[in-house]
Design a protein around this ligand. Structure first.
Ligand code: ZN
Ligand code: ZN
Length: 148
């Protein structure tokens, strides 16, 4: 077992049981997207587009969930956070979904260089606050950021 590159307490195939912030790099294509750019008036040309989120899964598993959710034919995803594969069904069209549109369709890779130092986080309320804080901090640095 090796330590995860995205959390100081997770292992590659087992989550630590705490919360995580994660940042996904998104395709530059999004700089042509009006809705996305309206949310980012301070974007500096040439900087990356990012998605900021939080999860109790490993960041790798959560990234995979985004990608799988974007594929219309997929009914769910395999979570491997607890040492063995477990199938989770997507609930589409309202209710609890595993997807925000942008990271699923435009997500390129996780960017642990921008978030590993925060992980893990202990309580959920603090995690939500930190998620918004990190998004603002990255926007301030000139990145284009989507966060929900
Ligand atoms: Zn962890
Ligand atoms: Zn998982």
């Amino acid at each position: 077992m090796t330590n995860s590159p995205t959390c100081h307490k997770c292992f590659a195939s087992r989550r630590c049981g705490h919360y995580h912030l994660y940042v996904i790099e998104l395709d530059f294509e999004l700089t042509k997207n009006r809705t996305f750019m309206i949310a980012n008036p301070h974007y500096r040309k040439g900087m990356d587009c990012l998605y900021v989120g939080s999860t109790s899964h490993t960041c790798e598993c959560r990234f995979k969930q985004h990608r799988e959710h974007a594929k219309k034919e997929k009914l769910g995803y395999d979570c491997v956070c607890d040492g063995k594969e477990k199938f989770h069904e997507f609930v589409r069209g309202g209710g609890h979904t595993r997807g925000s549109y942008y990271p699923g369709v435009y997500g390129l890779r996780l960017r642990p260089d921008l978030f590993v130092k925060y992980n893990p986080l202990i309580d959920q309320k603090n995690t939500m606050m930190m998620e918004a804080k990190l998004a603002n901090m990255l926007r301030f640095q000139g990145f284009a950021v989507w966060q929900h």
